[in-house]
Write a protein that binds this ligand. Structure first.
Ligand SMILES: [Ca+2]
Ligand SMILES: [Ca+2]
Ligand SMILES: [Ca+2]
Ligand SMILES: [Ca+2]
Length: 241
């Protein structure tokens, strides 16, 4: 089945607005040539499977990124940076997204992210339930409507290897030794107060999962290590339990 045998979709799914980062479909110019971003790679040619949250360009939350269902967590996205060029974020439904391309995470920000000059509300769209196949009998819903085939490597078929390629780090485990203890706390204090090295991935230092690494995380960790407080919270690729 080629793209042009599909009727009923526009470049924005349900409307004609193009380049929407929350419309993960080959109908979208952002993904038409390179394919969708999935598990840190381009090349997944598929229609959209998710109706994600709207993005209000005048009030974007960079910490939240794209909100999406569990099945969407392996998808990345692209968007247009002000001043030209586009940017990419892996695991975009669970990561923060630097919408205004200034290398810091703030909220709210007001910026056009779909390669036009105006601020608007960008809606998402789930293509599959709305595809109309050219070859059916018009009006015969049972023939015209086709359902989504299984994804090539679906979440249902996810192997431990695939899971680990995404989920490879324990929350709060700064030095990656699979334990959360005093050494991690020392690294954290060094970073927050003495300009020490940034955690990599960043979520390793973000014990309370608020997308910042600061005193609150130190308090959280002290509480966990010395006072039996709750474990650091999984987020992003810091999700090993
Ligand atoms: Ca920013
Ligand atoms: Ca816009
Ligand atoms: Ca550790
Ligand atoms: Ca934090």
């Amino acid at each position: 089945m080629s793209w042009d045998t599909i009727w009923g979709l526009q470049h924005g799914g349900g409307n004609g607005v193009n380049n929407k980062p929350n419309y993960l479909s080959v109908m979208n110019y952002l993904f038409q040539i390179k394919g969708l971003r999935y598990l840190e790679d381009d090349g997944r040619f598929d229609y959209s499977r998710f109706d994600l949250d709207d993005l209000t360009e005048s009030n974007l939350n960079e910490s939240e990124g794209l909100n999406g269902p569990v099945a969407s967590i392996f998808y990345g996205t692209r968007w247009c940076c002000i001043g030209g060029g586009n940017s990419v974020q892996n695991f975009a439904t669970v990561s923060s997204i630097d919408w205004n391309c200034n290398s810091s995470t703030e909220s709210p920000v007001s910026v056009s992210i779909n390669c036009d000059a105006s601020l608007g509300t960008l809606t998402s769209f789930n293509d599959w339930p709305n595809l109309v196949y050219d070859g059916g009998i018009i009006g015969d819903v049972s023939v015209n409507n086709i359902s989504a085939p299984a994804q090539l490597d679906t979440v249902e078929e996810m192997t431990w290897e695939i899971y680990q390629s995404f989920c490879h780090t324990k929350p709060g485990d700064w030095n990656g030794d699979s334990k959360v203890n005093l050494s991690d706390l020392i690294n954290q204090v060094n970073y927050v107060f003495k300009g020490g090295q940034k955690p990599s991935p960043f979520c390793r230092g973000d014990d309370n999962a608020d997308y910042k690494v600061n005193l609150k995380d130190i308090v959280y960790k002290v509480n966990h290590i010395f006072k039996g407080g709750p474990k650091p919270i999984p987020r992003g690729d810091c999700c090993l339990l």
